[in-house]
Ligand binder design. Structure first.
Ligand code: AMP
Length: 616
């Protein structure tokens, strides 16, 4: 039943709030909305397709062209036609060197280190280019609805870090959209399948997303209408294109076509690429592909043999995701397929065998993410009440502490939004400034992690080392954007920064960081315990020196000399790299100093009491 709201004062019919859902994809983008509980994906004016190629072309007249028309320029005018811009979002030049060699357009290294694309004498940022795609989608839905829209939910891969999410949000703003929420693609896909609608049910879902150029798999748990991404894994350079390439390589070897020949003969290359994709799609519904050139034919059996290694790679990622989620594979209730490449029946059958469960694929795999974004938008508009979405942070966030150690404040895989804090103090007497350096990663030493930013907490009132009470607080919001606040509790002085990392992190790098942390666990533990011992030793050296100064009248010369020589031994042990030597020097100093400390305390107490005249 349609609902109508009327403004009782003016008597006008109030339109229900409409928030749109956008799937901003690497290859294609889509826009969708929900009206009266029904999801609609907006098609092109001809009504043929809902996919807008995520391609931006700058023609010679200086006009910006987006979508299908832009795609037609990909071959004729590659240097003015930008594709795969999502791979560049929130990234620095260094991050994308591996991608760059595959791109046909110019990427330039600018001083601010953020990637830009050069066309003629103009520089275009990935945020600006993504904004062009979003503007096109906004226009498309406005034409379709006959009204303006200004609010949106945009999806991003679950592995996007905060700078990539922030870049997506900025692109929305630039396109004239108020981005109310950035949500994860697997979460959106689950919503499209109605997962979570039955509040009584606890469900665990695996979302397997194989697109044209990327693959990812996520494990979600849904309880009380709350969506929780338990883990995510994938390969950003594995997709349908690789299946096409496997067929091409087979035909090349069968017909003695060399790589060099193909490089020179661009039209043969193009013809083979198109034919290979065609063969792949035909084999989704037929047992044989035969073309007019009989040398380029293929049986389903051969195709399956050729793509086995690719499918195996996706299963390896799935193994990791299941392991990371700390669940048994039998605990997964539903498997949801996303991305055009999951139309291949071999994917479905392989997954059914792997999970030993039926796989859900009845919705259009190209449209599920946009559908879910629209459903989330409808929830935000207040039309579907009682749902909340929760995601996880893929890498730990923390700060650098003395000796270059990483102190995680928000551990990896924490549910977001989250807020967490910890107390610190100064290590030097009279210290008035404290540098707070924020890092992301799993290693024990910050030098092996990724620096997100730093700031200085100033005007700490001068106090003895260890006296100031400095609280560092991390707030990670639902979009994965981090705010860090440092405050000195005694003086109430505080500084707050929003961490918007300039240097994006690549998905490959994220995977590498996780792997590094596992492979180097033993080394890290050794270094960590050495640094911790040294930190403790340094503070003992400082306090022991202070102790001698304050109590020189109580001890005899011998005692002071022995104490000083123990302090010197401890200082010398700091030059080495042996934790046991540091610990033993520390023990010796403590052993000798403890009775002296006791004596000093007794003396000082009795002096203080005497002063008050109580012992009289
Ligand atoms: P996406 O990025 O999600 O749009 O996925 C596009 C990929 O899906 C491309 O590699 C297409 O070749 C592939 N694809 C689309 N339809 C089919 C099909 N029927 N069978 C196999 N692959 C397909």
């Amino acid at each position: 039943m349609a609902k109508i709201s009327i403004n009782m004062k003016s008597g006008e019919v109030v339109e229900p709030e409409l928030i749109i859902g956008i799937d901003l994809g690497t290859t294609n983008s889509l826009v969708a909305y929900v009206r009266n509980g029904e999801t609609h994906i907006v098609k092109d004016p001809s009504g043929k397709t809902s996919l807008v190629p995520s391609i931006v072309h700058f023609n010679l007249n200086g006009e910006v062209i987006v979508g299908e028309t832009a795609k037609q320029n990909l071959i004729t005018s590659p240097e003015r036609t930008i594709y795969s811009v999502k791979r560049l979002l929130g990234k620095s030049y260094v991050d994308i060197t591996s991608v760059e060699s595959n791109l046909a357009y110019d990427i330039i290294d600018q001083e601010d280190q953020l990637v830009k694309v050069k066309i003629d004498d103009n520089f275009h940022s990935p945020v600006g280019l993504s904004a062009e795609i979003l503007k096109y989608l906004k226009k498309r839905i406005e034409n379709h609805l006959g009204r303006e829209v200004s609010k949106a939910v945009i999806t991003v891969p679950a592995y996007f870090n905060d700078s990539q999410r922030q870049a997506t949000r900025d692109a929305g703003k630039l396109a004239g959209l108020d981005v109310l929420r950035i949500i994860n693609e697997p979460t959106a896909a689950s919503l499209a399948y109605g997962v979570g609608l039955d509040k009584e049910k606890v469900e665990t879902v695996a979302v397997y997303d194989l697109g044209g150029g990327t693959f990812d798999v996520s494990i979600l748990r849904i309880e009380d209408g709350v969506f929780d991404v338990l883990s995510t894994n994938g390969d950003t350079f594995l997709g349908g294109d690789d299946f096409d390439k496997a067929i091409m390589r087979h035909w090349m070897s069968e017909n003695n076509i060399s790589q060099e020949h193909l490089k020179e003969d661009k039209s043969l290359n193009q013809m083979l690429r198109i034919k290979a994709e065609d063969a792949k799609k035909i084999l989704s519904n037929n047992d044989v592909y035969s073309s007019e050139d009989s040398q380029f034919s293929l049986t389903k059996e051969k195709f399956i043999e050729l793509v086995q290694p690719l499918i195996k790679r996706t299963l390896e990622c799935t193994d990791f995701a299941v392991k990371d989620a700390e669940i048994k594979i039998e605990e997964i209730d539903k498997i949801i397929l996303v991305g055009g490449s999951t139309r291949m029946p071999i994917i479905k059958s392989t997954l059914e065998e792997y999970f030993k469960k039926e796989v859900y694929n009845e919705l259009n795999p190209d449209e599920v993410v946009a559908m879910g974004a629209a459903i989330q938008a409808d929830i935000l508009a207040g039309n579907t009440k009682g749902y909340l979405l929760i995601d996880v942070t893929p890498l730990s966030l923390g700060i650098e502490t003395v000796g270059g150690l990483m102190d995680p404040i928000i551990p990896r895989n924490s549910k977001i939004p989250i807020s967490a804090g910890r107390s610190y103090t100064t290590s030097v007497d009279g210290q008035t400034n404290l540098k707070v350096a924020v890092y992301q990663g799993e290693r024990d030493l910050v030098e092996h992690n990724r620096k997100l930013g730093e700031f200085i907490l100033k005007e700490i009132p001068p106090m003895a080392a260890g006296m100031p009470k400095i609280e560092v607080h991390f707030m990670l919001d639902a979009d994965g954007i981090l705010k860090v606040k440092a405050s000195e509790k005694r003086s109430g002085h505080s500084t707050e920064v929003k961490i918007k990392s300039q240097y994006g992190i690549s998905e490959e790098e994220m995977g590498r960081m996780l792997l590094d942390s596992i492979q180097n666990a033993e080394y890290d533990m050794k270094i960590k315990s050495l640094l911790e011992a040294k930190n403790e030793a340094r503070s003992i050296v400082l306090s022991s020196k202070k102790f001698i100064k304050q109590n020189s009248a109580i001890f005899n010369q011998d005692e002071i000399q022995t104490l000083e020589s123990h302090i010197e031994d401890l200082e010398n042990s700091l030059n080495g790299d042996d934790k046991d030597v540091v610990n033993s020097a520390m023990n010796q100093l403590n052993e000798f100093a403890n009775p002296l400390a006791q004596r000093a305390m007794d003396y000082n107490i009795s002096k203080a009491l005497k002063g008050k005249g109580i012992l009289e």
